[in-house]
Write a protein that binds this ligand. Structure first.
Ligand code: SAH
Length: 371
């Protein structure tokens, strides 16, 4: 008897009963199935886990995000109450670092209430511990549940965990890519009929792709909910993730386990499965509903404009020799080039109420605030 993960056993039963499933359904089950989903029962972050995110690399990341938020609060006209919303807060590290950094601005600090959208009970518990000192913290299953009001919304490595659809170009059009059972292993397949009127929705560069090309997309509902909320109730969002500035063809569906890439069709529910974020699609969707998009810019440029060098220098002064090495390494990891650095692979997009014309560090014409 082969040894499948419990989720793979379930997926095999579903495919045997109802036929191949779209990649998006497979990805959704892998990440958030209530019993076997990857995120639901474990803390995947950190050295002992599967991957490390920017806030876990260095406290500087969350601190600068906090100062960015303060500049947004200024641009919003310094409201007495502002909802600080984070989507997928992981261990709560970025929020904790941001809140600590903005203590130097008491009027902003006191205006903040914290609202966390988190699917994982395990990570909710970590966030509760990390944010024990915050005056007001509440948790939600979806951004739709967060009460109304002006908001500053943060999402770091959240969108890459939203399920993607994939389509494969064939002679007669684009067909949904599926997961099926082939020779008793999970394998990719192609739906028999093309997706109706799919091509007209595609950017010209994708339309011109050769047969066999793959195009990935995410449903727009999450970004549209954010954009509508900002349009109607004021504020801005900061979306940070790995991905591309322009929509293009390509297969980026991947699994990450123990800090290495793995086959996403193996060990369902036991490895993180993700795909690159299409920032052009996000900003277009946000502008379609009447919000304003800012950027995207590369993470390295964003952090440099916010003054990460100065922050590193300041932290160095009080640090031991080992501490100084960690700060230097953290700075290089956050802002440096691939493959070790996150500076160019990761992109930063702002979305705001249309009356906010510029957001700090996100315009190519503006130097941004200095830490
Ligand atoms: N932002 C954090 C964690 C990134 S990992 C950091 O940078 O360290 C992705 C996060 O999104 C986790 O907290 C995960 O539990 C959460 N998540 C994934 N899918 C989700 C969903 N559909 N709804 C709510 N949270 C989700």
């Amino acid at each position: 008897m082969p040894d499948y993960s419990p989720l793979e056993t379930m997926i095999r039963k579903q495919i045997a009963a109802s036929g191949p499933m779209p990649v998006s359904r497979y990805m959704q089950l892998c990440l958030t199935h209530p019993d076997y989903g990857y995120y639901l029962k474990r803390d995947p972050l950190g050295r002992g886990g599967d991957f490390i995110t920017a806030p876990e690399v260095s406290q500087m990341f969350g601190e600068l995000v906090g100062l960015w938020a303060a500049s947004v609060w200024n641009a919003m006209g310094m409201p007495h109450e502002v909802k600080f919303i984070e989507l997928g807060p992981g261990r709560g590290t970025m929020m904790a670092d941001a809140l600590r950094a903005v203590r130097i601005l008491p009027a902003f600090h006191e205006a903040i209430s914290v609202h966390l959208v988190e699917a994982s009970p395990t990570l909710r518990e970590k966030q509760r511990e990390k944010l024990a000192e915050a005056a007001y913290v509440e948790w939600y299953d979806s951004i739709d549940d967060v009460p109304e009001g002006p908001a500053i919304i943060l999402a770091n490595e959240f969108f890459d965990a939203m399920p993607i659809h994939q389509a494969v170009k064939q002679d007669g059009g684009w067909h949904e890519r599926t997961i099926e059972i082939d020779d008793d292993i999970l394998a990719y397949g192609i739906a028999k009929d093309p997706i109706p009127r799919f091509e007209v929705l595609l950017p010209p560069v994708v339309r011109a792709a050769p047969n066999g090309a793959i195009f990935e997309w995410r449903p727009d509902n999450e970004i549209m909910t954010i954009a509508r909320r900002l349009r109607d109730q004021g504020g801005a969002a900061l979306i940070i993730d790995y991905g591309h500035l322009r929509s293009d063809a390509g297969d980026t569906f991947q699994a990450v386990a123990k800090h290495a890439f793995a086959n996403p069709l193996k060990n369902a529910g036991l490895a993180d499965v993700t795909a690159h974020v299409d920032f052009q699609a996000l900003s277009r969707a946000a502008e379609d509903v009447g919000a304003r998009a800012h950027g995207p810019v590369e993470q390295g440029a964003f952090l440099n404009r916010l003054g990460i060098e100065n922050r590193a220098q300041a932290l160095m002064k009080g640090a031991t020799e080992d501490g100084q090495k960690l700060i230097t390494a953290g700075l290089a990891r956050l802002t440096g080039p691939s493959p070790e650095g996150m500076g160019s692979l990761f992109k930063v997009l702002g979305v705001s109420h249309p009356s906010i014309e510029t957001l700090a560090a996100l315009s190519d014409h503006m130097p941004g605030v200095r830490a």
